[in-house]
Design a binder for this molecule. Structure first.
Ligand SMILES: Cc1cc2nc3c(=O)[nH]c(=O)nc-3n(C[C@H](O)[C@H](O)[C@H](O)COP(=O)(O)O)c2cc1C
Length: 283
């Protein structure tokens, strides 16, 4: 299945035909929203200047503190997942030992190194049922991680359904399998960037103070596939304006990327004299 964005006119007529109760937000998603690159918030910033003054009220607000040991896991989930944002999402394809394919999203996910090329993903160990993705990775040691773009976020989201292990999330999502080269689980054809990975290490995170509640997987990225349409001019870097990745925030909220800005990395040679000459009096 090739996924195309609806032309503006069909998109608008689709909206007008859709019952309003389906739309919970006050504004419609604009698939054509332009992607812009702006200046950084304070381009005139100088050494020692600190944060922008006068633009925010945060300085006047007191702190509230929680001790994590004393919180319910439900509350710590709400607090941490709404604070540590935006999180990239690993859309993971695996195959069970009996051959059943599985697809699900996970946002406790990060790239941890490019040399060696490693990623991490962690699974909550629910007492209700094991996560099929984790079981499959531990059993077969193979998986693919696919980056989610705006054009298939609803299809990806539906695969998070807590369904029995024999339910094929590929079918309910309507997404398409693209055969992998080095591992058995398929890549997601609609994904513009996919990584074929093998299990490098696994650890259950047992703090000895409570039940074992989480499981960390480190994956070795063996091979990646990029849809050529998202490559920037030099052919090696992906253009975020074309990739249109979706990130996870707290609750059921997702975020899109529409604004970027560059802040040059300081060169020690250029700031050395100012730093050494000023002692502690940069302000
Ligand atoms: C965007 C998104 C991110 C998620 N991230 C995680 C995660 O990092 N870890 C986790 O254990 N569950 C996470 N979940 C929940 C799983 O996707 C859900 O439990 C799913 O049913 C697991 O599928 P599986 O049993 O087929 O592996 C997430 C759900 C969504 C919608």
């Amino acid at each position: 299945m090739s996924v195309k964005l609806l032309p503006q006119s069909s998109f608008l007529s689709y909206i007008s035909r859709t019952p309003s109760r389906r739309w919970h937000s006050s504004k419609f998603f604009d698939p054509y929203k332009s992607f812009q690159s702006t200046s950084s918030p304070q381009p005139e910033w100088k050494l020692g200047d600190g944060a922008i003054k006068g633009l925010s009220e945060h300085g006047k607000s007191p702190r509230k503190t929680w001790i994590l040991d004393e919180m319910s896991t439900k509350d710590s989930y709400k607090l941490l997942t709404s604070a540590i944002i935006p999180r990239p999402i690993a859309f993971i394809s695996t195959i069970a030992e009996d051959g059943t394919p599985n697809l699900a999203p996970f946002s406790y996910f990060s790239m941890i190194s490019h040399n060696p090329p490693l990623l991490s993903v962690s699974f909550s160990l629910s007492p209700r049922r094991p996560k099929d993705t984790r079981e499959n990775i531990l059993a077969t040691k193979e998986f693919t991680v696919n980056i989610i773009s705006e054009h298939f976020i609803e299809a990806a989201n539906v695969t998070a359904v807590e369904a029995p292990a024999d339910v094929d999330e590929w079918i309910i999502s309507g997404l398409t399998m693209e055969p992998s080269s080095q591992v058995k689980p398929a890549c997601v054809k609609e994904s513009l960037f996919s990584m074929e990975s093998t299990l490098l290490a696994h650890d259950i995170l047992d703090l000895k103070t409570s039940d074992v509640t989480n499981s960390l997987v480190l994956g070795l990225i063996k091979q990646v596939h990029v849809n050529k349409s998202v490559l920037a001019e030099n052919g090696l870097v992906l253009d975020p304006a074309k990739l249109r990745p979706v990130a996870r925030l707290g609750g059921n909220t997702y975020a899109r990327l529409t604004d970027t800005f560059d802040v040059p990395r300081p060169d020690w040679k250029n700031i050395r004299d100012a730093v050494k000459g000023s002692g502690k009096n940069l302000r």
